[in-house]
Write a protein that binds this ligand. Structure first.
Ligand code: ASP
Length: 346
């Protein structure tokens, strides 16, 4: 049941939901929080106790950075005891990265952190922003019969679906259904009723543990998308990036890459220099299985780590997080294959 006496903190970071058309440039620019509160009078009428916090300046989510995630985590940590749930209004472009990053940073999370946004600004007649916002608030305030939150996770609510944040990817640049969670079931389907998939939602083993926030992040990570004909020069430009500690390779199918001497040399040379190489697939659905083909086995022999069915968003932010926690790459290699926050199927 959504509890009307729950306190929700609405954190506005920017994104299309609150944007306005700038007449000078004829393009959408972030606007302050008044744009949202004026357009959704239901917020005050709903009976929920909602406070808001606005980033200053608000941003297009293409400008999200590590310090933005640290700031967002700090706001949640500072307000954690005062609120029952958090709704984060965020641009859709990098929402999956932010939700993934926060899922690793917020340890022992026992309250909902619901990201949402919209494809059309909230001031437009056909906006999807109102429904997204109102349902996100309802989800953040929902409690079970014992008073525990139904969704104590970092999630994305968008267009009638609730997803685990670190399983999502932005799928469409224009449809209202902007997100997909290709390798994990939805956490809830929203129609006349909200149907929670409680078998899939992650719950703490015991309730009442204090939130711990891991702020340290290390962005010495690169992503290499493999394509037929990729040159040594292109690969080495990435593997020889100064300070690089980890490389995510986006491979073909179930984790396959060229078996050419050149390609394998580049990867093994990077591994010999201590760089962690994580293999995820370019396919939208499915998992890496480096045993399936000789091409995948060749990578395995070099010491490439299996990223299973991780999205790029989860793989990169998990590495930011683990590299930030440990200076020793061997320790990171040990933890990388583990399912830390529901980001892989294991
Ligand atoms: N460019 C916008 C952003 O990510 C797109 C959106 O919000 O839908 O901030």
């Amino acid at each position: 049941m959504p509890k009307k006496n729950t306190h929700i903190l609405l954190i506005y970071t920017g994104g299309t939901i609150g944007m306005k058309l700038c007449p000078e440039t004829d393009s959408l620019v972030p606007f302050d929080f008044s744009q949202i509160s004026e357009e959704v009078p239901e917020l005050t009428k709903s009976g929920y106790s909602i406070d808001s916090y606005s980033f200053d300046p608000v941003i297009d989510s293409s400008d999200v950075s590590l310090s933005f995630w640290q700031e967002l985590a700090r706001i949640i940590e500072t307000n954690y005891d005062r609120y029952d749930g958090f709704v984060v209004l965020h641009g859709t472009d990098t929402m999956s990265y932010s939700a993934s990053a926060l899922s690793f940073m917020l340890q022992n999370l026992e309250k909902p952190v619901v990201f949402t946004g919209s494809q059309l600004p909230i001031g437009m007649l056909r906006t999807d922003g109102k429904e997204n916002l109102i349902s996100a608030i309802e989800i953040a305030s929902e409690r079970d019969s014992e008073g525990h939150p139904i969704v104590p996770e970092v999630v994305i609510y968008f267009d009638s679906k609730l997803y685990r944040g670190n399983r999502t990817t932005k799928f469409s640049a224009e449809n209202f259904r902007a997100f997909r969670s290709p390798n994990a079931p939805v956490l809830a389907d929203i129609g006349i009723h909200i149907k929670y998939n409680t078998d899939v939602i992650r719950y703490p083993k015991t309730w009442g543990n204090p939130l711990t926030v891991n702020y340290a992040l290390d962005s010495n990570v690169a992503v290499l998308k493999i394509f037929p004909g990729i040159s040594r020069k292109a690969i080495e430009a990435i593997t020889h990036t100064e300070g690089l500690r980890a490389l995510v390779i986006e491979t073909f199918g179930s984790g396959n890459a060229p078996t050419s001497k050149m390609f394998l040399e580049c990867i093994s040379e990077a591994i010999e220099r201590g760089i962690i190489v994580l293999n995820i697939t370019q396919c939208v659905t499915g998992t890496v299985d480096m045993d399936a083909y000789a091409t995948g086995k060749a990578l395995q022999r070099l010491g490439v780590i299996n990223g299973l069915d991780s999205t790029t968003e989860a793989a990169t932010t998990k590495l930011f997080f683990l590299l930030g926690q440990y200076t020793d790459n061997e320790k990171v290699k040990e933890l990388l294959p583990l399912n830390l926050a529901g980001e892989i199927t294991k």
